[in-house]
Design a protein. Structure first.
Length: 212
């Protein structure tokens, strides 16, 4: 591979664009070498092989005929992905959860990256790193919790008020919920959003009443 640098000069008197590229182990694979080719403002480095996982560093120094120079630095992160999974058997239609922590090849946290998950070479339906059920009420809501209600009396209950009371402290601290709890939604088992008849915010708690 090679690096392409865009270098311009108002007087059009550039005389060299030098590249230094350092591998993760500290070896300079290209050491202050002038561009091998250029076209217009695009200058190409010598070719090199990206043969080590980790962070590659590069420095580009531009010189003009007046002795002026400018410098730019950057990095290339060549990641190695490894997995350690505990295999289990699931039935067709069962939900599968994949979780874990990702570091790059120099053990820095990997954040704010889209992750694609493939099964048999086909990309599955993933939204922001999670598998969103096609029938789910709104895939913009990444976090959800199942609430099960059990009828403990022998008669059918209709039009009965149900109180749901839960703590939001950890959800807010983990950035899974807005601090004002304004992003809370309730949906039934048919993924239909319920009317927010009464949502009451208490210190670190939310109470929800609905008579459906």
């Amino acid at each position: 591979m090679y690096i392409i640098a865009n270098a311009t000069d108002s007087y059009n008197d550039l005389i060299s664009v030098n590249f230094t590229i350092t591998a993760p182990n500290g070896t300079s694979v290209i050491n202050n070498v002038n561009a091998t080719d250029y076209s217009g403002d695009s200058w190409n480095s010598s070719t090199f092989v990206l043969d080590q996982y980790g962070q590659w560093n590069y420095t580009i120094i531009v010189y003009d005929s007046n002795g002026d120079s400018d410098q730019s630095n950057g990095t290339i992160k060549f990641l190695e992905i490894t997995t350690s999974l505990s295999d289990s058997t699931v039935n067709t239609g069962d939900s599968v959860t994949i979780s874990g922590h990702i570091n790059d090849s120099i053990w820095n946290d990997v954040t704010e990256y889209d992750i694609g998950i493939y099964i048999n070479d086909s990309l599955i339906n993933v939204t922001s790193g999670w598998n969103c059920d096609n029938n789910w009420w709104n895939c913009s809501w990444r976090y959800r919790k199942n609430i099960s209600l059990e009828n403990l009396v022998s008669t059918t209950i209709n039009d009965t008020i149900v109180l749901v009371n839960f703590s939001t402290t950890s959800l807010i601290s983990e950035n899974r919920m807005n601090s004002n709890c304004g992003d809370i939604r309730f949906a039934d088992n048919n993924d239909i959003e319920l009317d927010d008849d009464i949502i009451e915010q208490l210190p670190n708690n939310v109470r929800y009443d609905n008579d459906r």
